[in-house]
Design a protein. Structure first.
Length: 149
């Protein structure tokens, strides 16, 4: 079972869905400030609007929400795409290419998370990248697909 790429790819799909779900919770929950400095910071995040060009004056909270929702959507897209292709039993050559694309994207995402975020997204994104790497390594094209022109 551990030598089959589909096992590792399904594991990556599950962690992608889990990451999307856990991370999307942050879109609806606002943490309470623990002290006066945090209260000031949260207030500035909600109200301060830096001048970022003509007609573009979002708050830092708006920018943070946009980036956070994009990360959840990235995980959802990856999970849905891989699950769909696995269910449809896509050609092994196509699957190897998709896994490689996912691996590159999520490895870069992991590197960014490792430098700029905190433990939960680092661990979850690292697991996704690890499972995709294992799926890529254990992928063996079938002899039938190699014989095709």
């Amino acid at each position: 079972m551990l030598k089959r790429y589909t096992f590792w790819l399904w594991a990556a799909v599950v962690v992608m869905f889990l990451t999307a779900a856990v991370h999307s919770i942050t879109l609806f929950v606002t943490p309470a400030p623990q002290n006066e400095v945090e209260r000031q910071l949260f207030e500035l995040m909600r109200t301060y609007r830096p001048d970022l060009g003509p007609i573009f004056h979002p708050t830092m909270e708006n920018l943070s929400t946009a980036l956070s929702s994009c990360f959840s959507l990235l995980c959802l897209l990856g999970g849905l795409t891989n699950a769909y292709l696995l269910k449809k039993k896509a050609e092994p050559g196509i699957m190897k290419g998709i896994v490689l694309i996912d691996l590159v994207v999520f490895a870069i995402c992991f590197a960014i998370m490792a430098v700029l975020t905190f433990l939960p997204p680092i661990v979850l994104t690292g697991l996704i990248a690890l499972f995709l790497l294992l799926a890529f390594i254990t992928h063996r094209p079938s002899p039938v697909s190699e014989a095709r022109p």
